[in-house]
Design a protein around this ligand. Structure first.
Ligand code: HEM
Ligand SMILES: CC(C)=CCC/C(C)=C/CC/C(C)=C/COP(=O)(O)OP(=O)(O)O
Length: 316
């Protein structure tokens, strides 16, 4: 493995901090936290303890940051080769792998301590399982060896839903596993839409992402089926599980309709990079708004508002 080919000195303490921050791939973390929050709100039936929320989201942030930092260490060779990733702190020589590892271990230890002391042991162990799964199963085992890399590896990104549920209830119910399944099924359309745009980068470094190995047509077909499954899974929360109500159902229906439409457009024109970009960007809004729908649906205020509207309708 290369350590670095570019030697670059930090100019100020602020730049050092900025480099460590970049190691954690911070732009992805907010959505992981939104899925955690959606799960917590359903688990707590709309009444989440603010301190528990703060602790769980902080512990989740630290665990995800630790996982991403270890991924940056492991992938430093291919990150150096790809244009999109070559400016990351390790390939560009701003941070040494050894320092990054110490940072990652510190983040994981703080995350585990925070979650186990102020939430519960199950939530803390699940967060650690997220790190282990992302690093060992996705980064080490699958990413460079199988086209199923992100299908199976996607389970790591779905674990925050379990962390959120466990933090509130101390156990994992069917609903928790359904929320996990929704994020798990959503990951292939999310990532393969992006991979269609950057397949040349992955091909260059020999990472067997589906579009590289199977081509655009086979990839968009897979995207299509996973999109249908994702949208179908979102309705199981309404029926038969009956964990969410009308407000969430309407939001899931609208968002799901748009998701399917965008996947269908891509199915008809697999080579159109603008459609792929549109689907990738939409996948992010979709997950964000779906989880927001779970939160809004579970709020007592929403239930009061619906009861009020129904009573007014009866009076008319
Ligand atoms: C194995 C599963 C996944 C893979 C391989 C993957 C891969 C990627 C990649 C390569 C990017 C582009 C990032 C960049 O240019 O630096 C990205 C963006 C993003 N991913 Fe994923 N992702 C996965 C799962 C998830 C999950 C579970 C979430 C959250 C629930 C998520 C949220 C995001 C967000 C919010 C962005 C946009 C970041 C930005 O604004 O640049 N991803 N993903
Ligand atoms: C509970 C817990 C700790 C969960 C952690 C889960 C986690 C960090 C999921 C992130 C998934 C993700 C954005 C992968 C990026 O793929 P990549 O690293 O192959 O992307 P790249 O090509 O940009 O390097």
């Amino acid at each position: 493995m290369i350590e670095t080919n570019v030697s670059k000195q930090h100019e100020s303490f602020l730049q050092v901090l900025q480099s460590y921050y970049q190691l954690t791939k911070p732009r992805i973390i907010p959505l992981l936290l939104i899925t955690t929050a959606g799960s917590m709100w359903i688990a707590a039936k709309g009444q989440v303890d603010p301190m528990l929320l703060l602790v769980t989201l902080s512990g989740g942030t630290l665990a995800a940051a630790s996982a991403q930092t270890i991924n940056c260490i492991y992938d430093r060779d291919i990150d150096y080769e790809m244009e999109r990733t070559r400016h990351r702190p390790i390939p560009s020589g701003r941070i040494q792998s050894r320092d990054a590892l110490i940072f990652a271990i510190a983040l994981a230890v703080i995350s585990f301590s925070l979650l186990s002391v102020f939430a519960n042991l199950l939530a803390a162990l699940l967060a650690m399982a997220g790190i282990v799964f992302y690093v060992l199963i996705y980064t080490h085992w699958l990413k460079r060896h199988s086209t199923l890399n992100i299908v199976i590896g996607g389970a790591a990104g779905a674990i925050p839903t379990l962390v959120g549920w466990a933090a509130v209830t101390g156990n994992l119910s069917w609903t928790a596993w359904l929320l996990f399944t929704i994020v798990f099924l959503w990951t292939p359309p999310h990532f393969w839409a992006l991979a269609l745009m950057i397949r040349d980068d992955y091909a260059k470094v020999g990472v067997p992402m589906l579009p590289v190995v199977a081509g655009n047509s086979a990839t968009v077909q897979q995207i299509w089926w996973y999109t249908l499954l994702t949208v179908a899974a979102t309705f199981i929360l309404v029926y038969p599980l009956q964990q969410t109500g009308f407000v969430y159902g309407a939001i899931a229906l609208y968002l799901g309709g748009v998701f399917i439409y965008k996947a269908w457009q891509l199915l008809r024109d697999p080579g159109d990079r603008n459609l792929a970009r549109g689907l990738f960007l939409y996948s992010i809004s979709y997950m964000m708004l779906l989880c927001l729908g779970m939160v809004v649906d579970s709020l007592p205020l929403t239930h009061h508002a619906i009861s009020f509207v129904v009573s007014q309708l009866h009076l008319v």
